[in-house]
Design a protein around this ligand. Structure first.
Ligand code: G3P
Ligand code: MG
Length: 261
């Protein structure tokens, strides 16, 4: 199928995303895993250079309502700043070095905005999985803002971004704001009420920690009409096994050892 290759066709326009699933099977986690500074433009560029045509990244709000890429609530691990990212304005955060923590080659790397990453990925035909990773307490607001911005930034993109989150509140807010954008529910384990959750949040995909994924789980998810993405799969053999079982996407840090081509 063309959709398996990530190629969109016009007759797919009116079909639900969970049926057409225009996304590649290999997804670079946080851009380039741990090989380039996570959630930066350099990471996205590296993923592309390694043949990846889809990236996952984490998005949260600054205190002046700008959407930025950052995994942790705290700035300490991946920047030379300190404190909570959500307490600062974008202008303040833009002064930080988000690359040196990984190596001098990345000194001066900045925290990107969601819109900057949209521009880069769309121009390079890279599909995006936007994880809504709200600062605690801001789940609903962040879900609304991400959906609004994504709708705008990806308005003319070939493939819509897949919005995902561990947070039900963020996904509900995203659904209200941009019902047409596909959503994925992320979980460490298969929740007992997964089917009810998927239906209530109107998700197209379930994103499970790979250790919770078995062949019967994939079969059950498919049987119910949903897609399954597994994270973070860093061993090539495990990636191969999951794909053989029918996983729809493998989200990996190991972009140097797991090749999409
Ligand atoms: O989107 C899947 C994965 O990124 C979830 O975990 O903590 O790496 O954002 P985390
Ligand atoms: Mg993530």
């Amino acid at each position: 199928m063309l959709a398996d290759l990530g190629i969109w066709t016009s007759e797919q326009d009116n079909m639900p995303i969970k049926d057409t699933w225009p996304y590649p099977k290999f997804v670079a986690h946080r851009g380039a895993g741990k090989i380039a500074p996570e959630n930066t433009l350099s990471a996205m560029r590296l993923a592309r250079s390694m043949g990846y045509s889809m990236v996952e990244f984490d998005v949260k709000l600054t205190n002046d309502d700008v959407l930025i890429l950052l995994h942790d609530s705290s700035l300490a691990r991946t920047t030379n700043g300190s404190g909570q990212a959500g307490d600062y304005s974008f202008a303040q955060l833009a002064q930080l070095d988000a690359g040196s923590w990984l190596g001098e080659a990345y000194a001066g790397e900045t925290i990107p905005t969601l819109s900057a990453i949209a521009a880069y990925t769309i121009a390079n035909s890279i599909a995006s999985n936007i994880e809504i990773k709200a600062t605690p307490g801001l789940e609903t607001l962040t879900g609304t803002r991400v959906a609004r911005q994504a709708k705008q930034d990806w308005a003319n993109a070939e493939i819509p971004p897949l919005l995902s989150s561990f947070s039900e509140a963020s996904l509900l807010a995203a659904r209200l704001e941009a019902p047409g954008l596909p959503r994925g529910f992320i979980s460490d384990e298969l929740p007992e009420n997964w089917l009810e959750l998927m239906n209530r949040l109107e998700c197209v995909s379930l994103h499970l920690r790979h250790s919770a994924v078995t062949q019967p789980v994939i079969q059950a998810v498919h049987q119910a009409g949903f897609r399954l993405a597994a994270w973070t799969v860093n061993e090539p053999q495990r990636a191969q096994q999951l794909l053989q079982w029918g996983a729809d996407a493998i989200i990996t840090d190991a972009i140097d050892r797991i090749s999409p081509v």
